[in-house]
Ligand binder design. Sequence first.
Ligand code: HEM
Length: 504
Amino acid sequence: MAEVVHADQRPWAHLVQQVLLVRLQEVMWVLFALVVGGKHPVMRKGAHVSTVQLSSQATEAPPARATVADTLRIGASVFVPTLARGVLARRPRLVSLAEAIQADRGAGRLLQRLRARYGPGPLRLAVPGRSFALLLSAHDVERVLTGSPEPFAIASKEKRAAVGHFQPHGVLASRGEERADRRRFNETVLDTAHPVHRHADALLRKVRQEADALVDAVALAGRLDWADFRMAWWRMIRRVVLGDAARDDSEVSDLLTTLRMNSNWAFAHPKRAGVRAEFLRRVRRYLADPEPGSLAGLMAAAPASEITDPEDQVPQWLFAYESTALAAFRTLALLASHPEHFEQARREAGTGDDDLPYLRACVQESVRLWPTTMTILRDATRPTEWAGQALPAGTGFLIHTPFLQRDDETLPYADEFRPGIWLDGTAEHDWAVVPFSGGPGECPGRNLSLLSASHFLAALLRAYDLRQDAGLRPSADRPLPRTLSPFRLGFDARPRDTRGGDEG
Ligand code: HEM
């Protein structure tokens, strides 16, 4: 999407600043990646090197302090690649670079080595001026996530700085009474508790229509690539969230993307009040005349107080729905490379049911394998005790999901496509597997996101046999790649004889 330039900035100065910032981050990362990434051994299938079941570890281990050198290694191998790819808006070129060097594999191996050296307790990083602790065990993840928002605040310092660019009053950035109020509002509109949203009829009509429009477009091209998928997906998002009148308002999506690109820099980028004002002006237009079958319509009917700020909850829904697109597109690569799962998903797609548990499980596997929220953050509001040792108030806890969810020392299915773990309770009970977070801060849009994705994908599976013909190809015979760019994936789409209603 093109960057939108507005009157509140000097275009050349801004352009120069953007280019310099992006270049600086790229160069830093490439250097680090070459030094650190190149050293890691090639992954072998079934290389479950340890017998220690840390994932289910029941007791608390004490914190340890990483040396400055190890902290730098973690920064270079884990956090620079994560930040460089873009936390709130992905940078496709850097995602491709991360894929080329399999950045998450290197990071995973490093964290396993450090855990062996320091133990599985929180690993304190040697960062001047701020206490950070990296969590290395499922036990500690459970403690921190179930202990949110007190004493582990969900709206961490860095998160507030980042999302403050586009939703300063969104639930994600809120604390205390405001958080409780806005969380309730989000849960009501998104119908958090139910796999099938209470207004699924109206919402799924939009999903199916946009998926069918994509099916028609693919018929002409004979191929499905990211650009077409994304465009169709955004039309669906705008209709579901803002109503049918917003279907072709790509400007509202572009404005949000601009704000998210800035928010990737958190504190380091000035806020762009003009862009935000124009974005909000457009959103307000749809909220002022809310369409009953959309989330805007449900917002109008949901109880709100003077502190709710309903319109500031909307940006999160729009952008989080885009993350769902990344997960859904990668799901197609998984299905195309695992024919037996493809057939099972297609059979389910033909049932006409609202709930499609198998397809939901496939999408959840996609976010386990390639999480869209790579680091979950919490800030301690008071000192906390860990196996007899204290960590100070203000400690930032870091849960790095690409490591924990692919930890082949603890998860027997780490590098395989196993949708079954989402159906038999395995994933739900393992605190190492938290692509939607967990506890009171768990993603309130999880069910709606999975409902939408499963139906969108179902339309494609009913219509086509898909063969991946571009991008890194996952295979059922090898460990799945730790890093997979969705932007380079492409599929050859052969029409099937029937369209819908068949049993595959
Ligand atoms: C693949 C799709 C998605 C994934 C993997 C995902 C994951 C997450 C994660 C990890 C968090 C952070 C929670 C934390 O800090 O502990 C979160 C928060 C949130 N998500 Fe999602 N999400 C997805 C889609 C959606 C969608 C489609 C919506 C809304 C339509 C949504 C709404 C929210 C909201 C409102 C929050 C803030 C919750 C809070 O702070 O209490 N998400 N999501």
